[in-house]
Design a protein around this ligand. Structure first.
Ligand code: UTP
Length: 502
């Protein structure tokens, strides 16, 4: 059991003894739990953390310094693009990526420690079912895409392979995620190749720089942002695990993108062929004022500049090709070499910028009453995964098509909601099926004309299981000349029936 006196001294040194204000009123069991929580705090760093939060929050209310004068786009030789490349270049990158995967040199790393407060469900976002005909959750879709890409790589290069799946969770998401995978037999993956680990939590701090008490014997804690990854890699010996398995490249992504191409061979192949240590997938900004971070260079250093740090005039600048000069929208979809991550974890992780998020943090007031604030009262400090770009020695960006690769689930309704995520996936599958030569018929028996773009939402329900096709490949052989009614889920059983019915 940790020693109360020692903790009290640490809290005193950090100016935070108020958190023990209700100690004498706590029951024995509550004291034990509270003490254990307090023992997890880095007491030496606590004063610095609280002061940094207070000053950063004060600075955040100042008008932003625009970064325009120092910005330049990523140079053309460091950018690849699906849209601007011919099919032979794309195939070459894909083949290179599949080769690396077939040699078990590629892993996927999911950032799944967030609280998903905007979506507002009480369980991890990966367990969310956006209402597809199959009823699959985000976790299941991702697991099946890993199975498929392993199979495709094995088939192409004739070698049995594994894409280990590293999943960063937090105190909020670890237990339910683990339980969900256990209950669902890891969706057909070998549990030995699914590595769950936990990121650190840090206290939320009031505007005066004091740790907020969520309850009389509980601090208000929050995960330290998806940039907590680098500390978590060290804490949990993940890089050692990668080394043991021979994994040299990692595809890192967010849980909420329903269109994520797990361990995307084209992206991996592009990054490897460029000798990159760090890469970012980007999508073209939808319009100049879209509120998305832009991948660019600032004083020659690759990084993401937030939309709030760029003046309107600069966002509207056009390049010689008539396209927006700063159009490379960051979508939290990255490539890292293991050696780069090792370098960051050992040498740079403590230099990562702290970002301030002002949040409504429920608390107990000095008389022990619970308060639900109506306006932001607390500061959560977060690190971002992309803040390591400046430490890269060879950074590349890779532009992909938004409609094929990016549709995040962030909100309960409106933009980036379950409806938009579901519709993006169904629209993509609709395109795949028509391109494969299938005839699609509506409930009324009328068929959708071939070459037709997907009708406006709500879309008819044609879904393709990732176990049948990873990115639209292999469908022509199955579907040419076939008529598919709606709703229709093309899963492996249906696919076999179609083959049998030839
Ligand atoms: P978001 O910034 O969208 O946050 O995370 P969120 O927690 O999912 O949702 P809100 O803001 O509370 O509504 C982007 C990605 O980073 C992960 C999330 O799980 C998501 O995949 N993340 C975020 C972490 O892994 N750890 C964190 O501390 C924060």
């Amino acid at each position: 059991m940790p020693c109360l006196e020692e903790i009290r001294r640490g809290l005193e040194a950090a100016g935070q003894t108020h958190v023990l204000r209700f100690w004498s009123e706590l029951a024995e069991g509550e004291r034990e739990t509270f003490l254990q929580d307090l023992a997890l705090l880095d007491l030496k760093a606590l004063r610095k953390h609280c002061e940094a939060a207070r000053t950063a929050a004060a600075a955040a209310s100042d008008p932003h310094q625009d970064r325009d004068q120092d910005m330049e786009p990523i140079p053309p030789q460091s950018i690849g693009s699906v849209r601007k490349s011919d099919s032979s270049a794309l195939s070459e990158w894909e083949d290179k990526g599949l080769l690396q995967i077939s040699q078990s040199r590629v892993g996927a790393l999911l950032l799944a420690g967030g609280q998903g407060s905007r979506l507002g469900v009480s369980y991890p976002k990966g367990m969310y079912d956006v209402g597809l005909p199959s009823g699959k959750t985000l976790y299941q879709i991702q697991a099946e895409r890993i199975r498929k890409i392993q199979e495709l790589s094995e088939r192409r290069h004739g070698a049995k392979c594994t894409v280990p799946w590293y999943i960063m969770t937090s105190e909020f998401t670890l237990t339910p995620t683990k339980k969900f995978f256990d209950e669902n037999d890891y969706f057909g993956l070998d549990p030995a190749n699914v590595v769950l680990f936990e990121q650190r939590m840090i206290p939320a701090v009031s505007l005066e720089g004091k740790i907020i008490l969520q309850d009389r014997g509980k601090l208000a804690m929050a995960p330290d942002g998806n940039g907590g990854l680098y500390q978590a890699l060290m804490d949990n010996h993940v890089l050692e695990d990668m080394e043991k398995r021979g994994v040299e490249y990692l595809h890192v992504y967010c849980v909420d993108n329903i269109l994520i191409k797990m361990a995307d061979p084209v992206f991996v192949g592009f990054c490897v062929s460029k000798g990159a240590d760090c890469g970012a997938k980007v999508v073209r900004k939808a319009h100049a004022s879209e509120p998305v971070g832009v991948v660019c260079r600032v004083r020659g250093v690759s990084q993401v500049v937030e939309y709030s740090e760029i003046s309107e005039e600069t966002t509207e600048l056009k390049g010689p090709d008539g396209e927006l000069l700063y159009s490379a929208g960051n979508i939290c979809n990255h490539f890292f070499t293991r050696t780069f991550l090792q370098d960051v974890a050992e040498n740079y992780k403590d230099q990562l910028q702290q970002h301030v998020a002002m949040k409504k943090v429920p608390f107990v007031d000095s008389s022990g009453h619970h308060v639900k604030p109506s306006k932001p009262n607390g500061i959560k400090m977060e690190k971002f995964v992309f803040d390591v770009f400046p430490f890269s020695r060879n950074f590349v960006a890779f532009e992909v098509e938004r409609e094929d690769e990016f549709s995040p689930l962030k909100n309960a309704e409106g933009a980036d909601s379950p409806t938009t995520a579901r519709n993006s996936l169904l629209a993509q599958h609709h395109r795949w099926l028509l391109a494969a030569g299938a005839t699609l018929t509506h409930g009324d028996g009328n068929s959708v004309p071939a070459g037709d773009s997907p009708p406006p939402p709500p879309l008819p329900q044609w879904e393709v299981s990732p176990l049948v096709s990873y990115f639209g490949e292999g469908l022509e052989d199955l579907l040419q000349g076939k008529t598919l009614p709606t709703p229709f889920v093309l899963d492996p059983v249906r696919a076999n029936e179609l083959i049998g019915g030839r």
